[in-house]
Design a protein around this ligand. Structure first.
Ligand code: G6Q
Length: 560
């Protein structure tokens, strides 16, 4: 049965009719303690959801919907390692990757095998490798220490590590620069290599399958660049300090692989000792916690990487054990459903008031839209309700000077998450207070708006001659919902908590809509189609196998 056919859904529909015109600002006036009622403080993270169009009854009805969807057993099924990714017949166990070494250890079995010894083995191998690079024991083929790490990967093998490496760059170890190459557009790898010294550059090929077209093309380009610079038998050799004769050596010394496909890694020429393994129960967009996080660990050190895992584990435990009415990811997910399905809000904004989180919205786009951008339930039925929203955002305050206009005065409702840190790692407070005052002012303004009466008074005070003409343009309807997520300080631990919080929010929504949030057939289609067109582009023949538009475009590129 579709969730939309339940009594609980109908009851929310009815409740929506009562709530749709209720003004938040009036509720704030009438309800003492609204902030205390609708906010949760958990281990240095404050989740304030009081600026939403909700009453206690709204939350009660949403919690009943969660019960109707059997959310509790779905959460347990994920943590226990049941094969909840039904179309790929896989368990979903990124949470096992952040299980702390010292915690009382409960076994998780996948296909009859306890997975924890393998997780620990790879983590220890990562630790050992990071240590060797940082202490300069692991060096390039000409004996020089590594100064630049280039992660080559795309999608889940890029967005997570790239976002976290930038977000935690305050904690980075000295002497190591990180780069991320993802786009198959040659400009990406060429521009990156332009400023690198081949003798001191380490390439990390991050690919779960080790077959992804973009990643393999970039990996081969990197290999060719390295060989052309370091090997004497190549005409383009610019000569390193010690030219290398054996072509296999630079790849063995300068290439690392993160993958589930070790045979393909070996075939590429990478030393199996330099391959870091993960498993099919780690989804791409959930993989930064696995060996895919090696570029993060190299940038910030293994102890910080373990803190990141621990932060995520802290949120996992909250999500798994806390009652739903005090459970942050559960409430976030339910609020999202309230707006998506009952207010018909098509998109969700995310505005981090922190420059280090510049790439966080892009990361969330994949996490949310690839997980819940689906129209079929797990049982194969078409849904008759909306699923995942469009997720978008940019850092504040920059976003305020561009698209905030539409959020304030446009014609559609856009719920927005505002994220900020109480303490700024760089700033003594001077600019941080300006930043935080903007963070606070925006959610207040979005909630309150500005009435015609208030505008009229303002115009009068300013002695505006055309008050009547200007007045309607300065009115703000207000009543725009926001969540405020205020974290003590940006640390590996708090970032781990924040990311896991959103992962679980996405899980909650997928569980209620009864989707498989862990497959991505839409991505697979693109991978197949491009492979068919590539040989057609390379041939000299006029192409007529597609629709006239696609044929026309291919032939135009080929000047035929
Ligand atoms: C993520 C998706 C997708 C994937 C990339 C890269 O959940 O599966 O974004 O991460 O297509 O795949 P590989 O890691 O196999 O190269």
């Amino acid at each position: 049965m579709l969730i939309s056919n339940t009594r609980e859904w109908a009851s929310l529909n009815k409740h929506y009719n009562e709530m749709q015109h209720v003004q938040m600002k009036e509720m704030f006036v009438q309800e003492e303690g609204r902030f205390e009622r609708f906010s949760i403080h958990f281990k240095g993270l404050l989740f304030d959801y009081s600026k939403n169009i909700i009453t206690k009854e709204t939350i009660d009805r949403l919690l009943k919907l969660a019960e109707a969807a059997d959310l509790k057993s779905k959460i347990n099924a994920m943590f226990r390692g049941q094969k909840i990714n039904t179309t790929e017949k896989r368990a979903v166990l990124h949470t096992a990757l952040r299980y702390p070494v010292k915690a009382s250890y409960s076994q998780i079995f996948v296909n009859g095998e306890d997975i924890y010894p393998d997780i620990k083995r790879v983590l220890d191998k990562m630790e050992d490798f990071v240590e060797q690079v940082h202490t300069k024991k692991f060096r390039g083929v000409t004996g020089k220490k590594f100064t630049d790490i280039v992660n080559i990967g795309i999608g889940g093998s890029d967005l997570g590590p790239a976002m976290v490496t930038e977000a935690l760059s305050y904690y980075k170890v000295k002497g190591i620069r990180s780069h991320f190459v993802s786009n198959v557009d040659g400009t990406d790898i060429i521009n990156t290599c332009l400023h690198l010294n081949p003798e001191t550059t380490l390439f990390i090929i991050a690919s779960k399958t080790f077959t992804t077209q973009e990643t393999m093309a970039n990996a081969n380009a990197a290999k060719n660049w390295l060989l052309s610079k370091l090997c004497v038998n190549d005409s383009k050799n610019k000569g390193g300090t010690t030219p290398i004769i054996d072509e296999n050596l630079p790849v063995k010394k300068h290439f690392i692989a993160l993958s589930t496909n070790i045979p393909a890694v070996t075939e590429f020429g990478i030393d199996p000792n330099n391959a870091f393994e993960f498993w099919d129960w780690v989804g791409g967009r959930y993989s930064l916690w696995s060996a895919i996080g090696l570029s993060i660990a190299l940038s910030i050190g293994m102890s910080n990487f373990r803190d990141l895992l621990l932060g995520a584990y802290t949120m996992d435990e909250h999500f798994r054990n806390e009652d739903f009415d005090k459970n942050i990811p559960v409430l976030m997910g339910l609020l999202g459903i309230w707006y998506r399905n009952f207010f018909n809000a098509a998109s969700q904004g995310v505005i981090p008031y922190d420059q280090y989180l510049r790439r966080f919205p892009a990361f969330l786009q994949q996490l949310d839209m690839e997980s819940n951008g689906k129209h079929t339930t797990k049982d194969g039925y078409d849904v008759d309700f909306q699923t995942g929203p469009i997720v978008w955002g940019e850092p504040g305050t920059n976003a305020q000077h561009s698209f905030f206009q539409l959020i304030h005065q446009g014609t559609q409702m856009i719920p927005v998450d505002f994220i900020a840190f109480k303490e700024n790692v760089n700033d003594d407070g001077t600019q941080h207070n300006i930043l935080l005052s903007n963070f606070l002012a925006q959610t207040e303004a979005l909630m309150k708006g500005k009435t015609a009466k208030e505008v009229a008074a303002e115009l009068k005070a300013a002695k505006e001659k055309d008050a009547a003409g200007i007045l309607p343009h300065k009115v703000f309807a207000g009543n725009k919902p926001t969540n405020s997520i205020l974290i003590d300080k940006l640390t590996p631990h708090s970032l781990g908590m924040l990311i896991a919080m959103y992962e679980h929010k996405v899980f909650v929504q997928g569980a209620l809509w009864n989707l498989n949030s862990f497959d991505q057939w839409g991505v697979e289609l693109g991978k197949q189609l491009a492979k068919k067109i590539l040989p057609e582009l390379q041939s000299n023949d006029k192409i007529s196998t597609h629709d006239s538009s696609t044929n026309g475009l291919i032939n135009y590129i080929k000047n035929l």
